[in-house]
Design a binder for this molecule. Structure first.
Ligand code: SAH
Length: 233
């Protein structure tokens, strides 16, 4: 009994040792693989393309330098201007929910660090991303341009209004929470289009809205915590 206990302790120390080593060497690819296996696959994310994108995009480049060591941990992180980058699981969950097929044009509200935009850009044809805070939008664009993404279109402004000039969209993904679903976003969904959005103030739920023929279906998925979607009017 005590031998078993001792062995498992040793095994635990050994694993921890491996993890420490890879952290020290900044072996980001290993950390990404662990993140995909332990946080995403283990919790039921199934879309292989989404898992591949999460394994590829260098999340540590989207967080402040002093946060890079924890970039692949199971939590949201601050990105400046009082905003946050979502937990990896939530990014994967929302991406999977909009069914990111390769022919799609997708609107994202809340560019933030640009991480979610990069994940989408790996998967779909065109990404349209709107951010209210110019400093964040500019920083994200510089990083994403540097990483070579050419299918992302940027707009600085109020995402509550969507991007009417480019509508309709096949999917819309909102990464900040309004008190209720903005009608302009529902209106900018094309036929069969899917909108994923956190809704609420203190307590929020993630909703999936689907445009089916001449009606909209709205489904509540899970409880979440996002920064508020700032409403200007
Ligand atoms: N998708 C981001 C996370 C963004 S956090 C990422 O991957 O890093 C939410 C973002 O929504 C913040 O950057 C915030 O400035 C932005 N935001 C809040 N209200 C907005 C609005 N009305 N229009 C556009 N962006 C908004």
């Amino acid at each position: 009994m005590s031998l078993l206990w001792a062995n498992s302790q040793v095994a635990g120390l050994f694993c921890q040792g491996l993890l420490d080593q890879s952290m020290k060497k900044k072996d980001w690819a290993t950390l990404r693989k662990l993140m995909v296996d332990n946080q995403l696959r283990a919790r039921g994310i199934k879309d292989e393309r989404v898992l591949q994108a999460m394994e590829k995009v260098p999340r540590h480049l989207f967080v402040p330098e002093n946060m890079q060591e924890v970039a692949y941990s199971d939590e949201p992180l601050p990105i400046g201007e009082g905003q946050t980058i979502s937990q990896p699981y939530i990014v994967a969950y929302m991406t999977e929910a909009i069914q990111p097929e390769s022919w799609k044009r997708v609107l994202e509200i809340g560019t933030g660090s640009g991480y979610q935009a990069a994940i989408l850009a790996e998967l779909v044809k065109e990404v349209y991303t709107v951010e209210l805070i110019p400093e964040l939008a500019e920083r994200a664009k510089t990083l994403l341009d540097g990483l070579g993404y050419q299918n992302i279109h940027y707009k600085i402004g109020d995402g509550t209004l969507g991007w009417p000039e480019e509508a309709p969209f096949d999917s819309i993904l909102v990464t900040a929470a309004p008190a209720k679903i903005p009608t302009s976003l529902e209106e900018q969904l094309g036929p069969g289009g899917r909108l994923i959005i956190p809704v609420g103030e203190m307590f929020q739920d993630l909703y999936l809205v689907i445009r089916e023929k001449d009606k909209l279906s709205r489904q509540k998925l899970l409880s979440v915590r996002f920064v508020p979607l700032v409403t200007l009017h």
